[in-house]
Design a protein around this ligand. Sequence first.
Ligand code: C5P
Length: 225
Amino acid sequence: GHPLDLTGRHIVVSAGGTREALDPVRFLGNRSSGLQGYALARAAVARGAKVTLVSANVALDDPAGASVVRVESARDMREAVLGLYGVADAIVMAAAVADFRPSARSDSKIKKTSGEPDPIFLTKNPDILAELGARRRAEAHEGFGPVIVGFAAETHDILANGKAKLERKGCDLLVVNEVGENLAFGTPDNAAVILSSDGTSTEVHRGPKEALAHVVLDLVGARLV
Ligand code: C5P
């Protein structure tokens, strides 16, 4: 990566994990720390980009120089991210977005009852990355649209599963995290294979999330004309 090579570019990064409310005090969530997304935002700022960080439930300091939009649920995140589609040169979806949300949200705190508790029914959330990918592909022939980057965590058949996901989601780049062995969630280190829609792949060995962030931005930068 070259210093200030992203000057004049607007990079949107999503980070953290969405929360899907059950009632005013309870939610379904996940263990995403936001570290990788925040590292991406810091790296993009360091390279001169204007950065908007769409942050879901992260307990980290705001990266200096980035503008932070706070969201809670997948639907909040969808609204924020799609709203930035037209101004972004790249959108990097590093957030862990809940695939499902409770079908109903109670307006008051759900009470403990003496009998059996009620079951929780789930409804599918929108797949933000797939929506971005579909929109990007519809516009790509006109030369428009931001570079779309997705993340995936795979434990086995990383290349085969990753390639299938890249195509299914229609993104330009897919960062496939190697999970297990104390990697990813909540740790400062990451290891990944970055798959590109042009068929190439880039292996990033275990190292700080900041280092992976810079490789992702190298590949994004190479796609910006
Ligand atoms: O399908 P999977 O959850 O493995 O895909 C992960 C990627 O898709 C991440 O980039 C994540 O931010 C994005 N995603 C999304 N909307 C969802 C689920 C995942 O944008 N509802």
